[in-house]
Ligand binder design. Structure first.
Ligand SMILES: Nc1ncnc2c1ncn2[C@@H]1O[C@H](COP(=O)(O)OP(=O)(O)OP(=O)(O)O)[C@@H](O)[C@H]1O
Length: 467
């Protein structure tokens, strides 16, 4: 275990320590000693009742990030936790919070900030599962859902509030009797995302109204190196728990690219879905419109595809996610709203239909598969316009990716039917757009109940269908 002595970082916040700035901070990196591998949750100081819950969840022993972070958190340290996707970071911050809560029961004890609504629900489920035997109550405070029911949930004073920053600020400003003046823990999950510009003013407002002497945990698979951003989290003498020194994708993830002309992307997608039929796919697109269009296109060709993007109502978003989780849909088309944190164990293949513009998003997107020791595949479409972005990704992950084998003639044979399906998808998209304009019509953001044109595509379903 590498330990470097902590020393203050003198930038703006006196007393703030930060390894990214000074290289002087206490750093924990993966410990190769076998004994560590053998350690149990009990050895880390986790109390019996929580150890039993871990066992019931099938968590036989701590993951590497849990091994590193839990003892530090239990010692009362601020923690920056950096570990690959699907490696159990949620447990690494939830267990110490639950344990200290058990020792000092208190309402409104911890606040967890997440960048997306779906992730907030997932974290809440994990808190409630881990805290089931000690009666922990959590509230999810996210946009797109009625403020009144959330105000009622907050009035009951849950132990843990899991929130997206914007809606939390709304409640802090408008919900009578609600404040976070007593909280003992602040967690920023997907911390680099929470600390970036998009959430800047909300996070600053939140930080102003929570106690300074709280504990702060920042967790992510990728972390910002920018001094000012980390300082905004106002960490106090933090310890950095990293299970890898550079950004790694999971070992059991097979990653490929395919280099294709932009105009044949749809045909190649259909080809791959057929080649890998029988798997569960998450396909990432760069815009809501493309997500919706491809969902329609694939449905017209007989695939069970469903969209998830930010222009859908929250109930439709959760509906899509639940159908995919329940395996009643085999293809989830999503924007980056689904790229971080979502834990859906059965995702076999991630396809980057549109290459991510920020290389770090690549790491999060492909991390939706090969989670918790499972294997998975990721295939990135690279067109003539994407070469530079792709090189940046290879540079970030520190490896050259192989090309995914394809048979061009077979792809071209699909072209005619794909073109026909594209035409129908365009008509359906237009219809959906018109429905949206009509008042009180909530059907505009999903496609399952939309026009019946999909049956018109010649040949109906493909012979090998991706179910
Ligand atoms: N000690 C453990 N043993 C077995 N499984 C575990 C353990 N800890 C967590 N898990 C499981 O591993 C999966 C991934 O965990 P989690 O979602 O916390 O990953 P993560 O590191 O936060 O990933 P991401 O970076 O994508 O957000 C979950 O299904 C969780 O239940």
């Amino acid at each position: 275990m590498l330990r470097v002595t902590a020393s203050p970082c003198h930038v703006t916040c006196p007393g703030v320590h930060c390894s990214f700035l000074t290289a002087n901070m206490e750093t924990h990196v993966e410990d190769p000693v076998i004994e560590e591998e053998e350690k149990t949750f009990r050895d880390l100081g986790i109390t019996e009742v929580l150890c039993e819950t871990c066992e019931q969840l099938g968590w036989k022993k701590p993951t590497k990030i849990q091994l590193e972070a839990i003892p530090m958190a239990l010692q009362g340290r601020d923690v920056i936790g950096l570990a690959e996707t699907g490696s159990g970071k949620t447990g690494a911050f939830a267990l110490p919070i639950l344990q200290t809560l058990l020792e000092n029961p208190q309402k409104l004890y911890a606040l967890v900030l997440t960048p997306t609504r779906e992730l907030a629900f997932q974290i809440s489920e994990q808190f409630e599962a881990l805290g089931s035997s000690i009666g922990v109550k959590s509230a999810v405070i996210v946009g797109g859902i009625d403020m009144m029911s959330q105000s009622l949930a907050l009035a009951k004073k849950p132990h843990v509030v899991i929130a997206t920053p914007g809606r939390l600020v709304d409640h802090l400003e408008n919900t009578k009797g609600f404040n976070l003046r007593a909280i003992k823990y602040l967690v920023m999950d997907e911390a680099d995302r929470i600390l970036n510009m998009d959430f800047e003013s909300e996070v600053d407002k939140i930080l102003k109204v929570i106690p300074r002497d709280r504990k702060t945990f920042l967790f992510s698979a990728t972390m910002t190196k920018k001094v000012q951003k980390l300082q905004r989290a106002a960490l106090l003498n933090p310890v950095r728990c990293a299970v890898s020194s550079k950004y790694q994708t999971v070992e059991k993830l097979q990653q490929y690219y395919i280099f294709i002309p932009s105009k044949f992307k749809d045909s190649y997608l259909v080809y791959i879905l057929n080649e890998l039929a029988g798997n569960s796919f998450m396909i990432f697109c760069s815009t809501c419109n493309n997500t919706q269009r491809i969902a329609l296109l694939l449905r017209n060709l007989g695939f069970t595809a469903i969209p998830l993007h930010g222009q859908m109502s929250q109930s439709k978003r959760l509906g899509s996610l639940n159908k995919f989780k329940a395996k009643s849909r085999s293809v989830l088309l999503a924007t980056d709203v689904a790229s971080r944190g979502l834990d859906i164990p059965h995702v076999d293949v991630v396809i980057n239909f549109d290459i991510p513009t920020h290389s770090k998003d690549y790491i999060h997107r492909v991390g939706r598969t090969a989670r918790a020791g499972r294997s998975g595949k990721a295939i990135t479409f690279v067109t003539q316009y994407d070469v530079e972005l792709f090189q940046r990704i290879e540079h970030l992950i520190g490896k050259k990716l192989p090309s995914f084998p394809t048979q061009e003639e077979e792809v071209m044979m699909l072209n005619e039917r794909v073109t026909e399906a594209q035409r129908f998808a365009r008509i359906e998209l237009r219809e959906l757009g018109e429905k949206k304009k009509r008042p009180r019509d909530d059907k505009g953001d999903d496609t399952e109940g939309s026009s019946g044109v999909r049956k018109k595509v010649a040949g109906g379903k493909f012979k090998k269908k991706a179910h």
